[in-house]
Write a protein that binds this ligand. Structure first.
Ligand SMILES: *Cc1c(COP(=O)(O)O)cnc(C)c1O
Length: 378
């Protein structure tokens, strides 16, 4: 089936009891056994749940892999994956990753004696310097948050494979519709389904995907052992969101391009970060490894803090809020909001100055979005 057909049908079959076309919400902690030692496929919701399984089957079909596990949040996905590694190991991570990822990975470094090197993964030759016999994995996030830098997934996974390291890709920013990391050599993919996959800002959720029998079993074991599994109602919401993933992503992308071009031509904007602009230093890589450019746009303003605050307070449609990927447009200030949990040294080293503003472009009428930004910048 094509991707778009899979978003509607994969993992979902009319309910066996009454033929309900929508997957029922099995809001039950436990399941009655048919006989001693004989279940109807499920025994306890932490270990498995029919609504969760429908979402997991859908996600595995969309990412093109053998296993998906739905967990409570994107951070739960990342925390669960980190349990694959043992004390004494080392991990290499992209330096401008999601703020919560940086915080969690640094905490792990301290508490569990796992060393994490945050480095610029755009420079492939530079990675070798950080690889030694203790290195276990390379953590990729592309496009990055909030600067929309890209990592060449195929090049980094090839580098990792040649050295026996796992490649993990956070695919939240593009969704499986716009980027397919397993086809580019990834071993594990993580998602915050809170963002584009659900797309309606009404649930927090996460997913871990893998494509190797050994990893599949380990990850399922960890989710059951740690209890990081997603709740049935949350799974149902994400499953419903996925059905409109393709048309939503097309609208997000169309609007983001219009907004990026408007900002690019504005006198008060010094830089626009959007991989769809030809001026983006990695535009060619974006064309090669992504099906599209996504709905996130960041920009840097001239003027100081007062000007940044004026714009953040001045929009009427773009709401001042963290998160991204919902149908409504959001504006935020990485230095004090989404990336406040990163140390200021780490932020500045990654190029996230205090003048950067991030937009999650929604699916409103693009004329209204441009008019809103125009009046806020005036
Ligand atoms: C939001 C986000 C996360 C964390 O997900 P939650 O659902 O908020 O826990 C991880 N990675 C990226 C890229 C994100 O945008």
């Amino acid at each position: 089936m094509s991707f778009q057909t899979d978003t509607i049908h994969a993992g979902v079959a009319p309910d066996k009891a009454y033929g309900a076309i929508m997957t029922p919400i099995y809001q039950s902690s436990t399941f009655v056994f048919e006989d001693i030692g004989k279940t109807r496929g499920f025994d306890y919701t932490r270990s498995g749940n029919p609504t969760r399984k429908a979402l997991e089957d859908s996600l595995a079909a969309l990412e093109g892999c053998s296993c998906a596990v739905a967990v409570t949040t994107g951070m739960a996905a990342i925390a669960t994956v980190m349990h694959l590694f043992q004390s004494g190991g080392e991990i290499i991570c992209t330096d401008d990753c999601y703020g919560g990822t940086a915080r969690l990975l640094s905490t792990f470094a301290e508490h569990f004696n796992i060393r994490v090197h945050f480095i610029n993964l755009r420079n492939i030759e530079g990675i070798s310097e950080y690889v030694n016999e203790k290195t276990r994995a390379i953590w990729i996030e592309t496009p990055s948050n909030p600067l929309l830098n890209l990592v060449d997934i195929a090049a980094v996974t090839a580098f990792a494979k040649a050295r026996g390291l796992l490649s993990i890709v956070d695919n939240t920013f593009l969704s499986p519709y716009l980027q397919q990391p397993f086809k580019l050599g990834a071993d594990i993919v993580v998602h915050s389904t809170t963002k584009y996959l659900n797309g309606h800002s009404d649930v927090v959720g996460g997913a871990i995907l893998s494509n190797h029998p050994d990893l599949d079993e380990k990850l399922k074991f960890l989710v059951n052992a740690l209890g990081t599994c997603a709740q049935p109602f949350d799974c149902w919401l994400v499953l419903r969101g996925i059905k409109t993933l393709v048309p939503r992503m097309k609208e997000h992308e169309r609007n983001a391009r219009i907004v990026a071009e408007f900002l690019d031509s504005h006198a008060k904007v010094t830089r626009v970060f959007y991989p769809g602009l030809e001026s983006h230093p990695q535009h060619e890589l974006a064309r090669r490894q992504q099906r599209g450019f996504g709905g996130m746009v960041s920009f840097e303003l001239t003027g100081g803090q007062a000007e940044v605050e004026r714009v953040l307070r001045g929009t009427r449609i773009f709401a001042l809020a963290e998160s991204l990927g919902g149908v409504e447009s959001l504006i935020e200030h990485p230095a004090t909001m989404s990336h406040a949990s990163m140390s200021s040294e780490h932020r500045l080293a990654a190029g996230i100055t205090d003048s950067v503003i991030r937009l999650s472009v929604g699916i409103e009428d693009p004329d209204d979005l441009v008019a809103d930004l125009r009046q806020a910048l005036a």
